[in-house]
Design a protein around this ligand. Structure first.
Ligand code: P6P
Length: 334
């Protein structure tokens, strides 16, 4: 990483975005503005989450989303907030969201970008005060401006992402993102209403001793995954599974580790969604030196067919992901 791009910790997100834009002479500012719009929505959602216990916004909303999952009130609130921020920001022509069956047209027909997002992942944990998160990907539209966003604009493989990130609403709220030039983390100071650069140039450890997986489903896991989990136990690794992807991913990104959600009897294609969970975190982990596969293919090279399609996810420290693939290959060759 060119050290002139390294900015002192304490830099605000806005300052960081502006400085990074200066390093790309042809940048015209739209992506920078889009990232600011996401940060604004994150601040608003953060406030709603922090007040959730005091307002009647915890618990189920009473509807199910396209995934057939009970929408939590904060799912709906977060979805509205991010859509509104992106619509008002003007840079995004269309959005796909975990909470919406169809493409959301923003009306910004000149917008050059589309966003895929999970507005609030892990929201079933809200009522018990466990960390939750927002996950997003940004793509440049492939269709001509002047029209609505198209399905082709939204169904691009992960290698075509121009930015990806997540917000973790935890003991502190952080925004972590990449535009393909490394990964940087910003911690929110609610007293100032600003995100400050706190984790510059995040590099994930090449290996680790933490594995994140819901072993309650182990009986229906592929044999190779079962064998890898046995290997973890023989190696005295630590099991850490929060039930909130962003929280597990963030810890593993910083400390080293692996998150595994394979195909199961209940979720034959895995549970996590390719477009706004797997691709987004895959871009980040690869930029930080890690790896993300579905067990045999690089996540970012999977060609999406549907907006909400799912895929198995094995993501984290490169050596650990490679080890899982080794066990899966051994399963196939047996
Ligand atoms: P399970 C939350 O619903 C989520 O999408 C991820 O955040 C989390 O890691 C996973 O599902 C938990 O799924 O089947 O273990 O409860």
């Amino acid at each position: 990483m060119n050290d002139k791009l390294a900015l002192p910790v304490g830099t605000t997100l806005d300052r960081f975005i502006m400085r990074k834009q200066e390093d790309f002479p042809y940048a015209t500012g739209e992506l920078s503005q889009l990232l600011r719009d996401i940060a604004l929505a994150a601040k608003i959602v953060n406030r709603e989450i922090n007040r959730a216990g005091l307002l009647d916004v915890t618990g189920a909303y009473g509807n199910q989303n396209i995934q057939g999952e009970d929408q939590q009130k904060l799912d709906v609130i977060a979805n509205i907030r991010f859509i509104r921020a992106l619509r008002n920001g003007g840079e995004v022509c269309a959005i796909i969201s975990e909470e919406e069956e169809n493409i959301i047209q923003t009306g910004n027909i000149k917008g050059k970008y589309v966003v895929a997002m999970d507005p609030l992942d892990g929201s079933s944990n809200i009522d018990v005060n466990v960390s939750i998160g927002t996950i997003f990907s940004v793509y440049r539209r492939t269709s001509d401006t002047g029209n609505e966003g198209t399905l082709e604009d939204c169904l691009q493989n992960g290698t075509r992402q121009v930015a990806a990130g997540y917000v973790i609403y935890g003991s502190s709220t952080m925004l972590v993102y990449t535009t393909g030039h490394g990964v940087n983390g910003f911690t929110y100071d609610p007293s100032l209403g600003e995100f400050f650069l706190s984790h510059p140039n995040i590099v994930t450890p090449r290996t680790g001793t933490v594995y994140s997986c819901n072993e309650g489903c182990v009986n229906s896991f592929p044999e190779g995954v079962k064998n890898y989990l046995a290997y973890c136990k023989e190696s005295s690794y630590s099991a850490r599974y929060i039930g909130s992807l962003v929280a597990d991913f963030h810890r593993n990104l910083l400390k080293g580790g692996i998150y595994i959600y394979p195909s199961t009897a209940k979720s034959p294609n895995g549970k996590l969604r390719l477009m706004y969970e797997c691709n987004s975190l895959a871009f980040i982990v690869e930029q930080a030196g890690g790896k993300a596969t579905n067990g045999s293919q690089r996540i970012m090279e999977l060609e999406p067919k549907e907006l909400h399609e799912r895929c198995p996810l094995i993501i984290g420290s490169t050596d650990m992901v490679d080890k899982v693939e080794e066990f899966l290959k051994a399963e196939v060759t047996v």
